[in-house]
Design a protein around this ligand. Sequence first.
Ligand code: AMP
Length: 471
Amino acid sequence: MENKASVMVQRYELGRLLGQGTFAKVYYARNTGSNQSVAIKVIDKEKITKASLIDQIKREISIMRLVRHPNILRLYEVMATKTKIYFVLEYAKGGELFDKVAKGKLKEDVAWKYFYQLINAVDFCHSRGVYHRDIKPENLLLDENENLKVSDFGLSALAESKRQDGLLHTTCGTPAYVAPEVINRKGYDGAKADIWSCGVVLFVLLAGYLPFHNSNLMEMYRKIGKAEYKCPSWFPREVRRLLSRMLDPDPNTRTSIALIRQSSWFKKGLRSKNARSGVESNAVAPEDATAGSGPSEGSVAADGNQEPDRPPTLNAFDIISLSAGFNLSSLFEDNSKKKETLFTCRKPASVILSKLEEMAKLLRFRVQKKEAGLLKFEALTEGKKGALSIDTEIFEVTPSFYLVEMKKSNGDTLEYQKVLKEDIRPALKDIVWVWRGEQEQQQQDPQPQPLQPQDQVRDPYPEQDGASQPQ
Ligand code: AMP
């Protein structure tokens, strides 16, 4: 029997419990090869299956791999057993930012630094079409240099309030950080909702308490709906002005990230940051190529996918390798014998669909549209093991970035591979950005490799579900 300090995949030595939520427990761990500290989030698959979160999580993990920024917690890899999913994350040694605020309001320059880093992270993600939708204290962590690390970007399906109560913390299920239009369940703009939450965070950093707080939930809703809050006397005028624009109940007139950057308080801090090199080295992580000049200032490629420090295609490789590691359907449906073919695509969904239909016509396949994003191709002629049939699923990662999965659902494997190589690949060449198979030769980034189906993962918590077996 393994205990909690067991070695997982012979690469991670698990240590103490860092935190806990409904779906997940987070442990400190050490990569035994590199000695690197990481945090491992262990998610109970059964719980997320019951909550019907699987598809969302699969997609959101792809997103998390897309967003690499010094103020966003890195997701290194994803592993799984039959019962658990493991996220290997960057370790935020400084813990939660709000544990600091709980000790009292922050000085203006310190609050500015965290707000600045938060806006940089959020701006970066928005430029890639990714919205957090759940910015709140538990998701703002600090590294050993007191730099902000936003966690759960793209994993908001898993995020939930864990605190029971407290001066600063959301009571479980209360909407203290949530924009009015989100509460009203109207269709909402993710960017504007994030800006509201950033406004609440700014208030809390400087005040030491929440702007909207009431033991009566209805009263709290009412206050949020009308943006009824009162700034404490020590708030500078520039902050009040900025807050009133961020905490505008109407998302249409609410300010934008570009305008936040233009605000006098934001710029004032930037000037003093530049003047005081000590703060500068704290405010921006050393590896940061984008912070300090966020996407609004043009440092990120217009295509929204290029990362400044890596070749542009690596994003696609990340996603594909991750999908292989996460093994999409196979982890959950236990059909790991089936091999999927994956490619990424930077064309709109309509273009992908019409190209796939064109391909079907060319190859004399019948096309059946099963449901949104799911197509079935069936050969009109019989093969060695019946008619070849291929299921194709299109996943939206961002509106301009798709992951397409093709899987043989009937017919002979060799015949399928031949058709794939000789017919399908050439027919789709105009829309494919990267095929999964191309990743192995080209990826140079020495990241930990995601789990392959044949890898052995030992469940570190056998006492909770003794039936857990490596896949
Ligand atoms: P979560 O379920 O992601 O909200 O994590 C629960 C708690 O675990 C957080 O509130 C943090 O206190 C802690 N935690 C989560 N991720 C990390 C990390 N990468 N490094 C350090 N602590 C973490």
